[in-house]
Write a protein that binds this ligand. Structure first.
Ligand SMILES: [Zn+2]
Length: 396
C-alpha cells in the first residue's frame, strides 16, 4: 500500500460532493429525460509520485473532419460534427503501456465509444484508450445498459472554457453518441476535481499531468504524495458509470453515487488481470469508506433510503456513496446480475425523473417503491439485516 493522505482524500471528496451539486448540464436542447444531470467527482487518492517516461506516440492530422460551414443537423442527434477549420490534431496511441504521448497543444482521440479531448500538458500512456474502452464495455456488460442508448438526446459539446482560461477549443463540435471525455489540467492547483454529467465526463487526474508541468507548479512539486504511480482508473470507472447510467435513467442521490462507487470497484476487479495498467492501479488503490451517521439495520434502512441523507451538509454526504454501494452490492448478490437493468427499465417505464441534488421526498419514495416492487416488499428489512450481519454501514 502506498502512502495515502486521509485529510487529502477527505478534502477532495468533500469538494467533489459540493462540485457535483453545482455542475449543470449545458445542453440547451429539450432532453427526453429531464433532470438527468448526474455528477460527482471524487477521490484522488494520493500516493507516491510516479516516474514517467516520455516516449512519443504517433500523431496524425484530423481525418474525420467535415465541412465547417455545415451546421449541426437538428433531428439527427447522433451525427458527429468536427469543424473543418479546427487547428487541433487527431492523435492515436499505439497501445504500448510504457510509451507516452505528451500534449503540447489541444488535441483529441476518437475511439469506438468515446472522444477524448486533451488539454495541454496531459501525458497519456500508450494503453490509455484501450483501458478506457475496456472500462466502458465492462460497465455496459455489468449493468446491462448501453453507453449510447437510442432514447438519449445527444447534444453538441458543452462550453468548458472555464477550464481552458476562457477559450473553447471545441466550440461547435458534436461527438454523436460517443462519450466526450475531457482530460483537464488544473494549472493553478485550484482543487479542480473529476466530475460527470450524462452528456460528458471531465477528468482532472494528477497522474495524467506531464512530469514537466507537475514540476513547474510548486504546489504539486512539493507534494508528490498527491498522486499515485498508477493512473487512477477507479475514478475513471466511477465517473464513466455516472455518464452511462445518466444516459439511461435518473436516480436518487444514494442510487447515483452508489452505483458509481459499486461499479467502479467491480469493473476494476474484473479487468485487473487482463489489463496491466488497471492491475497496477488495483494493487495500489485504497478503498475508502466515508462512514455513515447512523448504523443501518432492518428498522431504519427504508427511512434512511427515503431521507437520502438530504439533511446532511454537502461535505458530509459521503454516506450516500457508502449506503448506495452496499445496497447495490446486496442487490447484485441476492437478486442476480440483471439487478440494474431491471431497475433501469422500471424507472423509465414508470416515468421517474429524480434530479440529482434536489431532494424530493415524494419522488424518492417512488424509488423505494420501485425497489419493493422489483425485489420484494421486505427488501429494506432484509438489506438492513444483511448490513448488520456483514458489518456494513455500521460505522460513524
Ligand atoms: Zn460520483
Amino acid at each position: 500500500m502506498k502512502n495515502i493522505s486521509f485529510p487529502r482524500t477527505a478534502l477532495i471528496s468533500a469538494s467533489a460532493l459540493l462540485a457535483g451539486i453545482i455542475l449543470l448540464c449545458s445542453c440547451s436542447q429539450i432532453t427526453k429525460n429531464t433532470g438527468r444531470n448526474t455528477s460527482g467527482g471524487e477521490k484522488q487518492n494520493g500516493a507516491e509520485t510516479a516516474a514517467v517516461t516520455t516516449t512519443e506516440v504517433t500523431t496524425s492530422a484530423a481525418t474525420t473532419a467535415t465541412d465547417d460551414t455545415q451546421p449541426y443537423v437538428d433531428g439527427d442527434n447522433t451525427q458527429i460534427y468536427i469543424p473543418d477549420s479546427t487547428p487541433y490534431k487527431k492523435i492515436t496511441l499505439d497501445g504500448v503501456k510504457d510509451h507516452h504521448f505528451i500534449a503540447d497543444d489541444f488535441c483529441y482521440i476518437e475511439s469506438e465509444k468515446c472522444f477524448i479531448f486533451l488539454d495541454k500538458d496531459i501525458d497519456l500512456p500508450g494503453d490509455f484508450v484501450v483501458n478506457v474502452e475496456a472500462i466502458i464495455t465492462e460497465i455496459e456488460n455489468q449493468l446491462g445498459i448501453s453507453s449510447c442508448p437510442d432514447s438519449y438526446n445527444y447534444c453538441p459539446l458543452s462550453d468548458n472554457s472555464s477550464y481552458y482560461g476562457g477559450i473553447n477549443p471545441w466550440k461547435g463540435w458534436h461527438t454523436g453518441n460517443k462519450i466526450p471525455i475531457f482530460l483537464m489540467v488544473d494549472r493553478k492547483s485550484e482543487g479542480l476535481i473529476s466530475c460527470a454529467l450524462s452528456d460528458e465526463t471531465i477528468f482532472v487526474i494528477y497522474e495524467l499531468f506531464s512530469e514537466d508541468f507537475w514540476n513547474s507548479v510548486p504546489d504539486y512539486k512539493n507534494n508528490p504524495w498527491r498522486r499515485m504511480d498508477a493512473v487512477d482508473y477507479g475514478t475513471i470507472a466511477h465517473e464513466l458509470t455516472h455518464t452511462i447510467t445518466g444516459r439511461n435513467c435518473d436516480l436518487t442521490d444514494i442510487l447515483t453515487e452508489g452505483i458509481a462507487e459499486y461499479t467502479s470497484r467491480t469493473v476494476i476487479d474484473a479487468l485487473a488481470d487482463n489489463y496491466p495498467s488497471i492491475g497496477e492501479y488495483n494493487a495500489q488503490r485504497f478503498l475508502y469508506d466515508f462512514g455513515v451517521p447512523e448504523s443501518v439495520n432492518a428498522d431504519n434502512a427504508e427511512r434512511i433510503f427515503i431521507e437520502d441523507y438530504n439533511q446532511l451538509s454537502h461535505v458530509e454526504r459521503g454516506a450516500q456513496y457508502d449506503y448506495g454501494r452496499c445496497l447495490f452490492n446486496y442487490l447484485n448478490n441476492e437478486y442476480g446480475a440483471d439487478y440494474f437493468s431491471r431497475l433501469n427499465s422500471y424507472i423509465n417505464g414508470n416515468g421517474l425523473h429524480y434530479s440529482y441534488g434536489n431532494y424530493d421526498e415524494a419522488l424518492v419514495t417512488d424509488y423505494a417503491t420501485a425497489l419493493k416492487e422489483l425485489f420484494g416488499d421486505d427488501i429494506f428489512t432484509k438489506f438492513g439485516d444483511w448490513c448488520v450481519k456483514n458489518n456494513q454501514l455500521q460505522y460513524y
